[in-house]
Design a protein around this ligand. Sequence first.
Ligand SMILES: Cc1cc2nc3c(=O)[nH]c(=O)nc-3n(C[C@H](O)[C@H](O)[C@H](O)COP(=O)(O)OP(=O)(O)OC[C@H]3O[C@@H](n4cnc5c(N)ncnc54)[C@H](O)[C@@H]3O)c2cc1C
Length: 281
Amino acid sequence: MRIEQNIDLRKYSTMHLQSEGNIMYSPESVDELVNLINELNGDYHLLSAGSNSIFAEHVVKPIINLMNVDESMSFDGEVFTCGCSVRIQKFIQFAKEKGYGGIEFLYSLPASIGGIVYMNAGRGGDQRQSISDYLTEITYLNCDTNEVQTEGVDKSKFGHHISPYQNMNCVILSCKLILKKQSLEETNSLIKKRLDLCKKIQDTSKPNCGSVFSKGNKYIFKLFQLLGTKSGGAKFSKKTSDWIINTGGATATDVKRLVAKMIRAHKFIGADYKVEYKFFD
Ligand SMILES: Cc1cc2nc3c(=O)[nH]c(=O)nc-3n(C[C@H](O)[C@H](O)[C@H](O)COP(=O)(O)OP(=O)(O)OC[C@H]3O[C@@H](n4cnc5c(N)ncnc54)[C@H](O)[C@@H]3O)c2cc1C
């Protein structure tokens, strides 16, 4: 297991915030992870690809980097099994080679399978779809008992960017999925469609962590977008509603100030909201 101290955390979050971490552990197997969780006694942050994670200027708690725990993928002719550390693009390409698909709407996420299951990532709007539509079974480490458990997926417990694992003390280790039979050409075309759409509507000019809120008022989002409200190096994107971009040297404090402003605006008009970003202190 790799252990690093006093680490520059910029590259571990897609927002590339100025941040330093005390210590990061990178377990390379489930056994190493189980031992580590046992040792750390509940005091740690779980990190995967960092596409939804905002690091404080100084992260004191140990960080467990899950990107090397399980990078396996397999297919038994019906069901796919995928380890938590696999990047979604790699898994979609693997399924494509086997003649299956359906989750190309996730191809644009700079994310891992573990993070995607935890967040129940997907797309909203009229074409609402998420990873849980395809999941059949999850294997996770129960951090209360330190036991590896496997359970069938109860789809009624998932919602838009909601998974039951957000209320559990656990690490998602792997999942099973049933995908649609789909030709290679169809998958390639759906991937291209997704990437073309993202190029058109998403602000890729600067580092970011995608949408700030998973629930909120679209008029407030639009207002902040039009104003391009700023704090230090963080700024609401003028291209994409509800996105904060790092224009250079942004810190978690800058991001938090912007999020707080957006929350105040929601409270002012009594609108419902839910912050999607995960903050690491
Ligand atoms: C350019 C861009 C586009 C995006 N587009 C979308 C989109 O279209 N739809 C969408 O839903 N999201 C989108 N996102 C947000 C993000 O990609 C998702 O939330 C994704 O699911 C996060 O996965 P990750 O591996 O990066 O997780 P991280 O950011 O590393 O972690 C996110 C949270 O999950 C927890 N976690 C991670 N792995 C595990 C695990 N194995 N077990 C338990 N907990 C875990 C972490 O502790 C943290 O709380 C986008 C982000 C970016 C930067």
